[in-house]
Design a protein around this ligand. Structure first.
Ligand code: NAI
Length: 246
């Protein structure tokens, strides 16, 4: 089992929701953590709160869909903490719109962040991990990478790609001691997913989860930590979905 104490972990989309829960979970394990997000306000707030608790944490502003920005994220991490042991490619978002009305620009934007961000983050972290003798990458996919959500075509497509990219990278770098896994959450109470914002649609989502509720960010972070610690797991997507895909 990998001991995460003292290890350096980057969490993209770390300023809120699942990412912030993952940041805290790595900190609880004694890791040094980079909160990487393009939400500067939320990221700096989380950084300050955790620093006040005496934690080794750094906020780095990043757009995961811009290569120069991702390169800078890795450089700032190495500059502050010396290396990269774990990368959680978690930044992502989706939107609902009929496919025949969605613009191509909007399609590409969703694909670029959810799928392109995994490519760019992995590419530049792997360069660093190869110098280290290994590392671990964990991608946030989604149950919507397995099953359709009407009017969420680019998100469905990108999260499906994240599942196969996870396998592809795992196979490519296994002999370099770099493991690559993903977590596929069902709907989770975070970001735009809450009763207040979604109303009746929220009730419909709950009905799709046989356990009778949505997951919470900490339950997803728990699976991320499992994937970071377990040395034999690679190329896997762990589904954490309250039975949504059962
Ligand atoms: P969230 O909106 O709370 O967090 C997403 C974070 O990513 C935000 O802090 C946002 O600023 C950041 N972000 C977005 N685009 C970015 C970019 N281009 N560069 C850098 N940072 C960027 O949402 P949540 O729910 O925590 O989502 C985290 C991940 O989990 C996403 O990949 C999402 O697709 C996935 N997911 C979420 C589910 C849910 O029901 N909430 C279900 C399944 C997957």
């Amino acid at each position: 089992m990998i001991q995460l104490e003292g290890k350096v972990a980057i969490v993209t989309g770390g300023a809120s929701g699942i990412g912030l829960a993952a940041v805290k979970a790595f900190i609880n394990k004694g890791s040094k953590v980079v909160i990487a997000d393009f939400n500067e306000k939320g990221g700096k707030k989380a950084e300050q709160e955790l620093k006040e608790q005496g934690q080794d944490v750094l906020f780095v502003k990043v757009d995961v869909a811009e290569e120069a920005s991702v390169e800078n994220m890795i450089a700032e991490t190495v500059n502050a903490f010396g290396t990269v042991d774990v990368l959680v490619n978690n930044a992502g978002f989706g939107s609902m719109s009929a496919s025949h009305e969605r613009t191509y620009e909007d399609y590409l934007n969703i694909v670029n962040v959810n799928q392109g961000g995994v490519f760019l983050g992995s590419k530049h972290a792997i360069k660093e991990m190869l110098k280290n003798g290994g590392g671990s990458i964990i991608n946030t996919a989604s149950v919507l990478g397995f099953v359709a959500q009407p009017e969420a075509l680019p998100y469905n497509a990108a999260k499906g790609a994240v599942v196969t990219m996870t396998k592809s990278l795992a196979a490519e770098y296994a002999d370099k001691n770099i493991r690559v896994n993903a977590v596929a959450p069902g709907f989770v109470e975070s970001g735009a997913v809450n009763k207040e914002a979604l109303g009746d649609f929220y009730d419909g989502l709950v009905a799709k989860h046989p356990i009778g509720r949505l997951g919470n960010p900490e339950e997803i972070a728990h699976a991320i930590i499992f994937l970071a610690e377990n040395e034999v797991v690679t190329g896997t997507t762990v589904t954490v979905d309250g039975g949504y895909t059962a």
